[in-house]
Design a protein. Structure first.
Length: 391
């Protein structure tokens, strides 16, 4: 048995027989990575003409050579062959001259509540299996958000399927409930975008990437993702029509009894909203402005909020909250049991704004297996690392 490159059709034919694989392992994702100037490989564990396991690898340049990564490990029909794949993969990387091999397994390690309290230890037998076939646990050189994130925020949707809209809203914290109520009052809409709107989509993701200190994807990446995943994905945006929203608030005020104390306070608040929207209108070069967006990926048993963005200057408007609510309503309609908000930072840091936002919707956290590493030539790698530090 050997690991070697296989064709896309061979890869897809095998993966179609596997239950529960990640979208990050598909040939569609392979095309997306290539569109973002990644070098990739579709690899198969082959016994003659028979394929026994497959994995998607991408390659990056490092000091002195190249590193090869599998973001979510390999997939096999018979679990035994997954570890045979990893064993034979070492031969492949040695022959190809790679300096470092990183494998992130798509296996659960621990389950926490959303505050970071441990709820459940998962089966960790894979750790010994990886050691048996020659891998070491992460030596600190691979970050938790490198590739597939080690910590992922999820929400169980089963109780809200198929007609649980009211219960779904009640399952959020009070802040999220208020924000969504406000979004409805302002008539902020959520809709899927068309392919020719991807340039506008990227404006939001690019600002968010800059704000959070990571690189955005290329426009080719988004276009290829849109094309490759087709009906398995939606690019959603929340947006507001400023003129329409101002008129709606004016109508609300006009129909209120302005003499009662509570209404006076309410009217004062609504008038502030009008001033805010009118200020936005002065700055905007169009009536309808996008507030937040996301890519949703639909799998059989899970929906992933893969990535998204928002504009800082419109963060007083609850576009991100109504976007998440409408995404979950879509999940209920499709009767998919789990919503995966995807990555959060390691450590449950109270200063982690991404975690704090996701906690508004009340979920739990799964810690994945993390990275396993193989160095084909440890001494050479160590020497190169010393040279790199001296530069």
């Amino acid at each position: 048995m050997i690991v070697k490159e296989i064709s896309r059709s061979e890869y897809d034919k095998f993966l179609d027989k596997v239950n529960g694989y990640s979208f990050l392992q598909t040939s569609q994702m392979n095309e997306v990575l290539k569109s973002n100037n990644r070098e990739t490989k579709l690899l198969g564990l082959c016994d003659g003409e028979k394929i026994l396991a497959v994995g998607l690898a991408f390659i990056r340049k490092i000091f002195g050579g190249k590193r090869i990564d599998l973001m979510v490990g390999a997939s096999s029909i018979d679990p035994r062959y997954e570890y045979v794949f990893y064993d034979k993969l070492k031969d492949y990387v040695r022959e190809e001259g790679f300096l470092k091999l990183v494998i992130k397994l798509d296996k659960d390690f621990r389950k926490y509540d959303q505050e970071g309290n441990l709820l459940e230890e998962k089966d960790t037998s894979y750790i010994e299996e990886m050691k048996k076939v020659g891998y070491m646990e992460n030596d600190g050189s691979v970050s938790s958000d490198d590739g597939s994130p080690d910590f992922q925020f999820l929400k169980d949707m089963k109780d809200f399927i198929p007609d649980g809209d009211k219960d779904l809203l009640k399952s959020f914290n009070k802040n999220a409930q208020r924000k969504i109520k406000k979004a409805k009052e302002l008539d902020i809409k959520v809709r899927p975008i068309d392919r020719d709107e991807l340039e506008d989509f990227k404006v939001l993701t690019e600002e968010t990437a800059d704000r959070q200190g990571f690189g955005d994807k290329s426009i080719n990446y988004y276009q290829t993702f849109f094309d490759e995943f087709a009906d398995r994905t939606e690019f959603l945006t929340s947006e507001i029509n400023l003129d329409h929203s101002i008129k709606m608030i004016e109508d609300i005020i006009e129909n209120m009894n302005q003499k009662t104390k509570n209404n006076k306070q309410r009217i004062a608040s609504l008038k502030k909203d009008i001033v805010m929207l009118e200020d936005f209108k002065k700055e905007a070069n169009r009536d309808v402005i996008p507030l937040a967006n996301m890519i949703l990926v639909y799998l059989e048993n899970e929906v992933i909020y893969f990535l998204g963005g928002s504009l800082t200057k419109y963060q007083k408007l609850p576009g991100a909250f109504i976007l998440q609510y409408e995404a979950m309503r879509r999940i209920c309609q499709r009767q998919i049991p789990v919503y995966n908000f995807f990555g959060i930072d390691e450590g449950f840091d109270e200063n982690d704004g991404v975690l704090r936002f996701k906690q508004n919707f009340n979920g739990y956290v799964i810690q994945k297996a993390g990275a396993f590493i193989y160095y084909p030539d440890p001494e050479k790698y160590a020497e190169l690392e010393k040279m790199k530090k001296k530069r």
